[in-house]
Design a protein around this ligand. Sequence first.
Ligand code: PLP
Length: 491
Amino acid sequence: MNNTYYGHLVFELSKPGRTGYSLPENPWAGAWTLNEIPEPLRRTTPTDLPEVDEPTVARHYTNMSNNNFGVDTGFYPLGSCTMKYNPKVDEEVAALPGFTALHPEQGAKYAQGALALYYEVQKMLAELTGLSEFTLNPYAGAHGELTGLMVIRAYHLAKGDTARVKIIVPDSAHGTNPASAAVCGLQIVQVKSAADGTVDIEDLKPLLGPDIAGMMMTNPNTLGIFEHNIPEIARLVHECGGLMYYDGANFNPILGVCRPGDMGFDVMHINLHKTFATPHGGGGPGSGPVGVRKGLEPFLPNPHVVKGEDGTFSIETSPDALGRVSSHLGNYGIIIRAYAYLLTLGREYVSGVGKLSVLNANYIKACLKDYYALPIDGLCKHEFVFDGLREEYGGAHSSPLHVTTLDVAKRLLDFGFHAPTIYFPLLFHEAMMIEPTETESKDTLDRFIETMKTIAEEAKADPTLLKTAPHHTPIGRPDDVKAVKDAKFVF
Ligand SMILES: *Cc1c(COP(=O)(O)O)cnc(C)c1O
């Protein structure tokens, strides 16, 4: 096992009294009362930390870091999340001292460059989405959803319309959609998907009425399918007085090709930490800018960055705004990365993002559909869903082999690939959701495809090999239910 040192946990290597550091005597001891931690705040029992020498500590952490899997160590085809490679130059730009040393309370007069960058990102996003204005204040995708829904609520309330308390969410939606709506105080009404995976218009029609605040949609949706009925859906929702909300967390499939504003959406969020080059996952900092169509700008949260007639930038608040959703102007470091990313692509190459992410997904799907069950055929966008292995390869729907999607996912780890999203969306029993993203080369995609074929052949020839996978990872199959329920659980 890699995460141990000579086969032991760091706790087992602990020897009482052994230290990996030495601190100098405190020359100020007793000089000031503030110099020491006040008595009531001091701990009464020693910390439960291992006592080891410094090399052991260094090896412990280095070995642990080697067990991490990330998009910088291998291919990460996680559907519904866009785990794409982030260019390192964007990290370098964000680390420039002029940005990192900036204090959030710095007066606008002395932060003109930083505000110019912020302002330009607002404008770039408006252009790319076909909307009127953006706020970059929200800290994450879900936070953007909440902010956008608050804009919708503020819009209705400003008209004195208090009856609109319901929001329509498709059954294929990302889990944050209904969660954000609930936090916003809205009641969720679910609309079903039709057999082709798109919103069922006939199921939608009877839901529309004077109590509907709006409808949340993702397009392409979470199944990777383009909602071709979107103009009709937008027309129906607008006709009943509701607004259209677009979940643009994964904006890359249409980036530079078509725009939510042109499809009839009124409010949207984007995840800068998915589409615009910031590593995400593990709860790191994010950014969920929210854009609105003309007429809704006054409701965007305070503060805004505004460009004056003389070309100087200022930080403004407006009276109709829905209030604040962040302490300052958002996660500025993420905004810098998005700016650098967009400038390196330029208008010229930005349209390649959408096209390549769609091409890559369709390529994998076409190469593997003889091995894995494809419940929804036809052209997909950035991602697609298999329903486990095909029967002739021992898929779970067959008997007696019953090789499940979990078995395939575990076996993939043995080949150095991260598993796709599994058992989501809930529409298919053995769902396996694959999103290659636009940043992977054809060679990488081919290696993944060959591996998936190998696994299918293995499933047929020797199902036990898959049932007991993974075989080459630091730990085997943890009891995932126990791991969730019992924090102290050791594998
Ligand atoms: C990731 C994602 C979200 C949520 O974004 P967070 O930054 O994780 O809050 C919402 N919708 C979709 C479709 C997503 O993929």
